[in-house]
Design a protein around this ligand. Structure first.
Ligand code: UT7
Length: 329
């Protein structure tokens, strides 16, 4: 078997739409309060895509920043992976639209559907493509316009979601950004915990399904809460153990931004102080597959990442799915 090639994150970028939806805006839409949303979720505001702005439009913005950061021309990209559950269209993939808009004329392109864990799934695929020598440059993008799939009459879920995109470029490297570990898992027996019930082959869209609001995301919040805390702790433990590290070695956890209470419960159980858990949920809400790469890009730009830092990226979500990665900055 040929020797595997080490891979690294060579560039990063993110994009948030301009429009801000605050908790006070929700007070005018459903029976809720800023106080309830802030204390139960940690969210104060989230970004919402402009009319006509679709998932690939956000993805393009993030991708171009990641390529610029890595000083990589688009023609050098071999594969584009877009993690999303809110594609522009069912057919074709969002990744193909990104490929053509950025001018990545030599790239293959496809979408990954693993909900909030999608970016980590994409990162694992990218790492494998680079490790095997099949590809030299893989663009991994998490992009979501969840606002188009959010039921703004359901107070339990509508306050959670925001729109945005984040991207990284993965290529050969064993210096800054080296990817030490990636792992992903799934448990489809929990498929109903987060679901868009209609619009697929099981229940095609009809006037009735639209009338019953079945084309929107439904979430069993309390069940997801429990799953998320347990799975996040398990994923971080497993990632560290696999590479011979302990919680003390971790400089920063970059988690899926799901709920401040979930992140703080996991931090407690991991014996990691909250200042080592990157949080932007107060400003971004839950952006599903985009949340980890947006947080990573922010942490890098805010000077939170120093050379040699050990980072844990971790996500969990619909499917059920989960994934984690260790990165040496
Ligand atoms: O990334 C994966 C997707 N994310 C998730 O699935 C989120 C994970 N879950 C959570 O973050 C939390 O479970 C929620 C934030 C969704 C809900 O928080 P909770 O502490 O689990 O609340 P709950 O569902 O147990 O509801 C408590 C009460 C209920 O009223 P009663 O039955 O006690 O009278 C709800 O009807 O809060 C009520 N409630 C609200 N009240 C004001 C639910 N949503 C709202 C709201 N404003 N927006």
């Amino acid at each position: 078997m040929p020797e595997l090639i080490q891979s690294a994150i060579l560039g990063w970028g993110s994009y948030l739409p301009e429009r801000v939806l605050t908790n006070h805006d929700f007070e005018k839409m459903v029976d809720t309060s800023d106080e309830w949303i802030t204390t139960r979720t940690g969210i104060s505001e989230r970004r919402i895509a402009a009319d006509g702005q679709a998932t690939s439009d956000l993805a393009v913005e993030a991708a171009q920043k990641a390529l610029e950061c890595a000083k990589c021309p688009p023609e050098d990209v071999d594969t584009i992976i877009v993690a999303t559950v809110t594609p522009d269209t069912m057919l074709p993939s969002t990744a193909c639209r990104v490929q053509s808009t950025i001018g990545a004329n030599n790239a293959g392109a496809f979408d990954v559907s693993a909900a909030c864990s999608g970016f980590i799934y994409g990162l694992k695929l990218a790492r494998g493509l680079v490790a095997s020598g099949i590809n030299k440059r893989v663009l991994v993008i998490g992009s979501e316009v969840l606002s188009r799939f959010t039921d703004y009459k359901d107070r339990a879920s509508c306050i959670l979601f925001g729109d945005g995109a984040g991207a990284v470029l993965v290529g050969p490297g064993n210096g800054r950004g080296e990817i030490l570990y990636t792992d992903c898992g799934a448990d489809g027996s929990g498929a109903d915990m987060m679901i868009v019930p209609a619009g697929g082959s099981r229940l095609p869209a009809t006037e009735r399904t639209v009338g019953d609001r079945m084309h929107y995301i439904r979430v069993r919040g309390r069940a997801v809460f429990k799953f998320a805390v347990n799975k996040m702790v398990e994923c971080v433990h497993n990632a560290l153990a696999a590479c011979g590290y302990r919680a003390d070695d971790v400089s920063l956890i970059v988690p899926h931004q799901v709920n401040t209470r979930i992140l703080s419960a996991a931090a407690d159980r991991l014996h990691i102080p909250m200042d080592r858990m990157y949080c932007n949920i107060d400003r971004c809400g839950n952006t599903s597959a985009a949340s980890v790469p947006i947080a990573l890009d922010e942490a890098a730009r805010n000077g939170r990442l120093k050379p040699g830092n050990l980072l844990v990226l971790v996500a969990f979500g619909g499917g059920l799915t989960w994934g984690s990665s260790l990165v040496r900055w």
